[in-house]
Each structure stands twice: as C-alpha cells, then as structure tokens.
Ligand binder design. Sequence first.
Ligand code: HGY
Ligand code: MN
Ligand code: MN
Ligand code: MN
Length: 411
Amino acid sequence: MWRDLAPIGRHSGTGGYRRFAWTGADADCRAWFEAQARARGLAYEEDRNGNQWAWLGAASAADVAPGEAVVTGSHLDSVPDGGAFDGPLGVVSSFAALDELRRRGAAPAKPLAIVNFGDEEGARFGLACVGSRLSAGQLTVEAAHQLRDGDGVTLPQAMERAGHDPDAIGPDPDRLARIGAFVELHVEQGRALDLTGDPVGIASAIWPHGRWRFDFHGEANHAGTTRLADRRDPMLTYAATVLAARENAEPAGALATFGKISVEPNGVNAIPSLVRGWLDSRAADQETLDTVVAAVERAAVERGARDGVDVRVTRESFTPVIEFGHALRDELAKILTHAADRRPGGAREVPVLGTGAGHDAGILSATVPTAMLFVRNPTGVSHSPAERAAEDDCVAGVTALADVLEGLACR
Ligand code: HGY
Ligand code: MN
Ligand code: MN
Ligand code: MN
C-alpha cells in the first residue's frame, strides 16, 4: 500500500507531498482508496460531501442500524510539502488492520467501515476538516460555497470539476447516527511517545485552535525614491505583528504561527500596498487562546497606527477544545492492555496524551463516540517532508488498531 501511495502528489524538488483537495493528486489518492476497498471485497460508497467509505458487513451506511457501525480511518490530503504519514498512516493502517482481523479469523458481529475524509488539512480552501465539518453540520452549505482557493476557484467549482455533485453537500446526521464508535489512528505530531518509550498512545484532548487573517493595508510606492518617513509600509506592521505573536504566546504557553503570507504587488522595488498574513494559534484552554490572539491584534493595530497602515482581522475558522469521551478511551486502554497481556513482554499501561493538532476525529466527537490512537514519531516533526515513523511502530499501530476493532466489533 505504501509503495502505491508513495509517488502520488510527491514534489520532486522538496520530496514533500502536495495532495490538495479536489486536485489531480487527490483524485489519484481517492482512486487508490476505492481500489483498496474493492480488492478486499468491501462495499464502496461516497457520501454527499465526498468522503469515501468502505464497508465490511454492510452494503452501505443505509444498511446499518443506529449506533451499530465501528468506523476507522483518517485522511489522504496533505499540507503544502507535507510528510508521508499525516493522514495516510491512518488510512493504510485501517486496511492493514482489517487484513489482520481476517488473518485472525475474527468474525465481526457489527458492520465495520473505513473512511477517508476529504480536505482535512484545508491547504487549498483555508478551512481544515471540510469533509467532516460538513457531515457533522459544523460548516454550513452557505459558508462552504464562500470558500475559494488562491486562484479564485470556489469549493463547489472544484468539486464539480473533480466529478462530485456540489449540490449534494450538507449535513449528514443520519449517516453519523449509525456510527457507534469512530477510532482514528494518526502519526503523533510531537515527541511525547518517544519520551515515554511507547510505540502507541491514546489521545485525551485536542487544544482549541483557529486561523485568523490579518490584512495590512498600506500604500504602494517606489522603493528607490520614497523617503522612509513618507512611507506607509504594511510589511513593517506585519513584521512587528509576527514578533508580537511570539512575545505574547511564549509566556502564555500558547502557540502562534504566521506560516502563510501574500504580498501585493509583490515587487522587489515596490513598497507593498497590501500584506496579508494568516495566524494559526492554539492553546491548552480557550481563555488563554482568546487572550493571546486579542493581544496580537492589539499590537498589530497599535503598530499600524504608527506606520500609517490600516489593519483588519478576520477569524476564518475556530475549533473549540475537544475532550475525547472517557468511556471509549477507557475501553481502548482496557482492550490494549488486555491484548498486550497475552503477548510476550506482558502488559504495560498505554500512555494517554493531548495534542495541539486538529483531526476529523475531533469534529466527529461532538456527535459520535470517538477516540484516537497515536503512533510514535521519533523526531516529532510533522507537516514537513522530514516526518517519520519507524516501520516497527507502524506495525504496532496496526496491531493495536486490529485489537481495538476486534474488541469493539467482534463480540
Ligand atoms: O491541525 C491542523 O493543522 C490540521 O487540522 N491537521
Ligand atoms: Mn496535518
Ligand atoms: Mn492529519
Ligand atoms: Mn522605474
């Protein structure tokens, strides 16, 4: 599976992945998913929001009684120059875990599904977890229609060009109501498991996080003739705002990142007329996050007044804190400890860890019992071509996921 996926959307220069929603690379990933499903004799379907499903023990979601389905999966899209594991590890491990269940001769008493959620990273349209948000009713159809990529292509246009009916999109409560448990396996995006020395952990919570667009409006002018005192340079205000983000986040124990900017007119010898910067900020609790973002905004406006630059801030997305339910978490811990007990080396307590990264599991957790498994990342690097997971740890992840699916669906 890895070998087939490896070339899709890989940039020859950076070695990173560019698998953006509803592009050719995404279509290739989706074709891969469908082929994996069909090769295993699973029933394949796409839901109204373009999320892909592969069913064992049901012909489609419509076949499943409320609360019956045990579902696993993740996403196949990537950030710009992303790593190989963020997303795909969860999908590949889901198929491998199903193969493992069959090898064990485990007979699921409940319908099992593997899902590939569309547009998790939001790399193209700016909003993360679009597929799961639409299904969970956390993104309205009207708001989805407003999403545009950098070339001005709207989400419905992109969907239509990729062969998905954009008029179908919308909440899917009926489908979600059929899910009794959703478990997403994901590469860890930090080093907590490396520090505890465990290949696999269970997620406790996801930090509240959001994206804010800062528009700095100045005045374009000649770089060689405009006296410094006469300039209204939005790049200056932007630069001061980046420093303010760091200065406010650090003492609060929060995170603040400007990872994307656009500059107009983007000429070497012109003072910019507009700098647009996107702030990604996250913290352990919402009060801290609100305080940090408000302070950055204040700093930007104050600096803008000094520079003659008009500052406008728009919150583009926000995801509140997510605490995964204790019942399913505890059940996973019990299943994994019990399974380890029967293997050489004996039982060991499975570490429970929080994360600052968003996931479809976090979106679903509002309506569906949801849990996550993390697989050790030896360097903690993610959203980069340097992202890694050791093969042994990936196998441990598949084994853990198979144990969990067996425990949840096969009795
Ligand atoms: O956390 C994120 O940046 C995204 O949801 N994966
Ligand atoms: Mn990611
Ligand atoms: Mn991910
Ligand atoms: Mn000139």
